[in-house]
Each structure stands twice: as structure tokens, then as C-alpha cells.
Design a protein around this ligand. Sequence first.
Ligand code: PLP
Ligand code: COI
Length: 339
Amino acid sequence: MENIDWKSLPFGYMKTDYNVRCYYRNGKWGSLEVSSSEHVDLHIAATALHYGQEAFEGMKAFRGKDGKIRLFRWEENSKRMQSSARGLLMAEVPNEIFKEAIVKAIKLNERFVPPYGSGASLYLRPLLIGSGPQVGVKPATEYLFMVFVTPVGPYFKEGFKPVKMMVSRAYDRAAPLGTGSIKAGGNYAAGLRAMHKAHDGGFASVLFLDAKEKKFIDECGPANFFGIKNNTYITPKSDSILPSITNMSLLVIAEDLGMKVERRPIPVEELATFEEAGACGTAAVISPIGAIHDDDTGEIFQYSKDGNPGPWSVKLYERLQSIQTGDSPDKFGWNAFVE
Ligand code: PLP
Ligand code: COI
């Protein structure tokens, strides 16, 4: 794709050649179908449209210096989609179908896998929806699993430059015993007003607090949160946040780099004590946080005074990326080759 400016790709949708689909009907999954249409023909009473029976995943494939395409921790995404399916009473996609679908979607669109060194990657978006009709509030009996891909650059336009985040107590993303820990589309709809307010105020995203007491940090809009102090990587433990695969990986990398790691509730007041802070996720990778503004108290917590990421954030980012592209040895066995 010689006419794509890989280095300035935004995080957005670009039409590619094919997507992959699989239907669950009469209690079983059918065979994979390849489509070149960007549209889906849906029953007007599909449960996805009315009652939010929908969950998705986000993952990335990277082209290495050796020309090979690496897929990062796909099995974790597959497991998480199964957990989302259980959470919304949808049919679970077995690992084999998940893997076959993502590999097929990558191979059929290989010309859209960004070149090594461009900083871009191929984003994969698997999604599972209730496609069968219901009018009463009940789970569907038919489901549709799809995977589309699109080449992407950084989620936050700043890339690996510190962003500003906003804490607000005016909105909740997910209830304590609700769907916060699964990747249900409804969670993102619930967070839109807060995100809109943050963007309006010049912030990259919202830092949500726990909905029950508003005492602890939950997560950033589309990413988990971490803070760093005293050579320790600290990230929230909460039942209402998405278990981030990037964060899970950073906890391992941080230890490997000689840091201590803690996963525990983080009181809002502790924001004043961090030396570095960041948002992490597939789309966000590591987005260093330069400052957090508390919209209710007016407090401002500064983490970057010179506009640059802190030293630990740089090390974590570089190690994560170098594992994903194959520049560092895959010592934890996280990559699968797309062959
Ligand atoms: N939290 C939310 C709400 C997300 O949407 C994402 C993105 O998937 C993450 C965290 C990060 O998760 P992961 O690292 O698995 O992409
Ligand atoms: C991801 O990081 O893959 C996500 O799903 C975040 C997103 C909502 C863009």
C-alpha cells in the first residue's frame, strides 16, 4: 500500500479488503465466512440493537524487522471475549474459531499491515453480537461473531507524549457489580458523556473513580491506570475495571526491569504522591500522563514538568514495543506468528 502515510496514521477506521464472520445458529457455530462488504444485514429486533447484547475486543498485529507478523497474546483476548459472552449471556466463541478468524482477517488484509519501524500496527476488532430477534428482555438464540482490521497509529493524538486527564465525580462508567470488568459496548456508551466533557475541556480522557464511594481510582476511559513511585509500579485493583492485557504484561515487564509491583486499591489522594503516571491499553499502548486535573476540587497533579515522559514510563514502553515487534526476545512467550 504505497499510498498510505503509515507514520501519520490516526487511530481510526480505514477500509480494508475483507472481514470475517461466523454465525451461531441452532446451538452451534457455523463455518467462517469471508466478506468484502463493510455492512452487516441485521434483524430489526436483534438483541444487540435493543438490549445491548454486544461485546468486542481490541488487539494488534505487528510487522517485525524480519518481515514476520506477530500477534500479541491473542489467547488472552479470546478468553476475555468468552468472559464477556458469559457476562451478557451470549454464546461463547471457542478459541479455535477466534484464532482462525483473526489469522484469516490478517492474512487476507496483509497489505494493510504497517511496515516495521513505522510506529503503526494492524488493529484487530473482533466483535460478538446477539443477532437473533427478541422483543422481551431475553438473550438471543442466534449470534454473530465478526473480525475486521484496520491499520492504526496512536490512540491519543499526542502519541508517546504526556497527556492531560480529568477526574470527575459527576459520571460513573460502571457499577460495582455491573459490567465494568467485561468489554461490553454498553460500558463505552455509558462513558461517552464523561469523555465528551473531558475532550471539551482539552483533556485526553477521564479518569473514572469507583462508582460506589468515589474514593479510589478505577481506570482511564479506554485504558487502565498506573502510577509509579519509589521504583514501584502501582495499578488499581477493582472489580469494575477491564482486566487489561497490556497492564497484565506491564506488571511482568516492570518486575523484569527490577521494579516492585503493586495491584491494590489506589485512593484518589495518592495521586499527589506519584512520580510518574500513565494510561495503558492495546490502543493507548502507554500514554504517559503529564497532569491530572480534579474537576471537583480544582487540584492539579503534575507528573511531567518538561513535557516528556518519565524514565520508567520510557523503559516500560520501549520494552513492551520491542517485545511486540520482535526486537527483544519473546521471553514470556507472548507472540504468535501469523503464517
Ligand atoms: N480499559 C478499558 C475500558 C478498555 O477499553 C481497554 C482496551 O481494551 C483497556 C482498559 C485496556 O485493555 P487491553 O490492554 O487489554 O487492551
Ligand atoms: C483497545 O485498546 O483495544 C480498546 O478497545 C480501547 C478502545 C475503546 C479504543
